[in-house]
Design a protein around this ligand. Sequence first.
Ligand code: HEM
Length: 521
Amino acid sequence: MILELLSNVVPWTLVAIIVGLYYLNPHQEIVFPVVNAYAGDIFRRKAYREYKTNAKRLIAEGLAMYNGPISPLVPHGVKIVLPSAFSDWIKTNRDLDHQELIKEEYFAHLPGFEPSYAVHSPDGLLIDLLRTKLSQNEETLPTLDQQVVAALQHHWVDSDSWHQISWERDTTGIISWAAASVFVGPEKASDPEWQMLSQAYVRELFSAVNELRTWRPSLRSVVQWFLPHTSACRALVRKARVMIDEVVKRRAEESDLAQRQGRTARRYNDVLSWTSHMPSNKLHLGDIQLALAMAALFTTNEALRQTLIDLAEHPELVAPLRREIEESISRHGLCQAALQKMDLLDSVMKESQRQTSGLVGLERKAIRDTTLPDGTLIPKGSHIMVDSSDMRNPEVHDHPDVYDGYRFVKRRQAGEKASQFVQASREHKTFGGGRHICPGRFFANAELKICLAHILLDYDVRLKEGYCSKPMSFGVYAGVDPVAEFEYGLGCAKASSTPEARLHAVNSKERLKGESHVPIF
Ligand code: HEM
């Protein structure tokens, strides 16, 4: 009886849900011709598949069909419009593959960063992470800067001739490896499977956020089971949990063995180890890892990319920066104290941040009716954004549109208290502010300085001749130029200069690698 009832009701309920979803689907009207919208593809799974496997063909066919902007990628419901400049770029880029397209995907998703999706650091864990130093019995584990060197050696081409960067591989790869060495530990930092997984999760999550935003809030909890990016996120979470459980198990076995042999077990100093020993933690350790990757990768990567582009555009900064780095590391190697002495590098990084954050930043939702001191009422549920235009305000910065690597050194010398990279202020809100100010900024600072120190001492950088890079604006947001034609070479400029200069470069490289020093993490 019950079965009979169910068999009558269930199909009709399903049909009603599907029809309802179809008509309620609030996908926005797309102004430009869409090249992969298929009839009946409600959840855009087919569009997603096409995008994943045939993006190159989709774009080529789209461009052949329409001579103007197209929206080739809609699987997640986000319009990715390729204006003519991009069309040209795509036409001339000989080997466009999925990796290249990810650039478009990710810059279209910049607005996806919402504090509500960020992990909150339980018990100040992250702060601990960022401040802690290694203790004695951990010297066998690679330090953060050794991991950066390994990542650079792995990803960047070791050649004296100029080489065009692949942003996806050559910067995301470094940042992700460096961050993983502190988050998940040495076992997985360089593991390509973990690298692919954590980077894919970040991409899928931003896409999923945008994908969900195209549906009414009341439907999101249902459609999330069917949408491609949310499904991909769930699959990646499952995989991450398995991988992290394996590491935890292996560490436990290693510790048991050491105990049985009467040795002191190796002590890991990474988020994985800390969270696994934290009784109050109720989250799966794999979930914490993914949440951290989400908060740390995109943001730090953008900062590295913009700084590299600015250095390439301002070669006059390179020599003083190299000098500063060499002087700072000459006594103790690349340690925390050395990083603190790199004032110019700090200023350059902050100035580069100013280039892409000059518009409007943080997004918030009012959780109750709130009246501001001047009487303005912000009704509950309103989405508000914090105006960051002071970063480009001539009353705050002299010649705000000019890139000045020394800007924040000068402000610091003039007695300004909030001019360091990690400091947030009313005028400079790239790390947010108040209770939720980014707890990862100290780590980002160290990671970026270490990466840049190695890059500056080992490589020469430049933009392809004639290329002029500009940050990209997306509505109220700004992001790093995703297609900047940036080149690097192992001592190219030095090779073409004097033999002494070349020797000097080699010496710096050896000094960075060889000297034993107090590790940072
Ligand atoms: C240059 C790199 C980075 C930038 C520009 C950045 C920016 C931000 C911003 C704007 C927020 C929101 C703050 C607010 O709501 O007021 C935030 C939050 C957060 N960031 Fe970062 N971040 C960076 C790197 C990192 C790194 C490396 C980590 C991890 C080690 C991290 C972990 C977090 C976490 C956990 C939060 C949430 C804090 C909370 O909600 O209480 N961030 N970040």
